[in-house]
Design a protein around this ligand. Sequence first.
Ligand SMILES: [Zn+2]
Length: 269
Amino acid sequence: MPDTIFACIICGTFVYEEDTVPQGYPDAQPWLNRFRGIYQDREGIHLTGVSRNDENQRPEYTAPRDIHARWEDPEYDPQNDSVRFGAMTQRSVNGRYGFIFHESCWSLLEETFAPNEVPLQRLFDVCLSIPIAWDVMDWDHTYGGLHQQLDLTYSFPWEPRGMVLRNETYLEVHDPYQYFNLTGEATEHPPPTTLDGPSRQTQDPFLKLPLEILLKVAEEMDTSDVLRFRLISRSFWPIFNMQSFWLSRFRAGAERSWAQTALGPYQRD
Ligand SMILES: [Zn+2]
């Protein structure tokens, strides 16, 4: 398996090695170790076929080069038909670097975009712009309580944020693709938003962005500008109450980074 087990960037559950399924599971959960990857090389962004996290994944990730292939296909030749790439916090392998998803989570993503294709370049760019907290992509949410942010009370502003698994037995053991297809929830799409229309509300392009992206935008702005934005865009209202935004004011190079020097080092209890 890879040196580090990383979490699926969609659901936050780890892409486990087959024989290291967490304790507390009633049965082995095959969906947890089957994954696809997207990676970049000189030719562009690519989606891999389906692979399995096992002893052959060492130290980086290996998957079928063909998106229609699976590691278990009898005609699949791991020596000639595979591609190896570094993922998440790993270094690239021969210029190939990317991210991993559970096969089930990728299938749900495809259904969400259907009948269009998942925009690989845009997805890769978004993933590249989101910080990775150790082994989990930090979207500034906790994946529904699966993870928790480390207490930053005694951390310096320039220290990276960390996320830890809250409780392994808390994990959903059900294959999300099977679950959503059984319940039909995956077919229920929210009504599309549009920039057209007479109301001022629908003319706000920021309303199309998720809160996590708006927060990243706000963190790059001066506080005064963010407060002005709140007057013209409803989408920026929640930013004011987000601790992450105010924490960003004190990071190295930010507008209030001098506060750490003025106040002196933190005093631990
Ligand atoms: Zn997943």
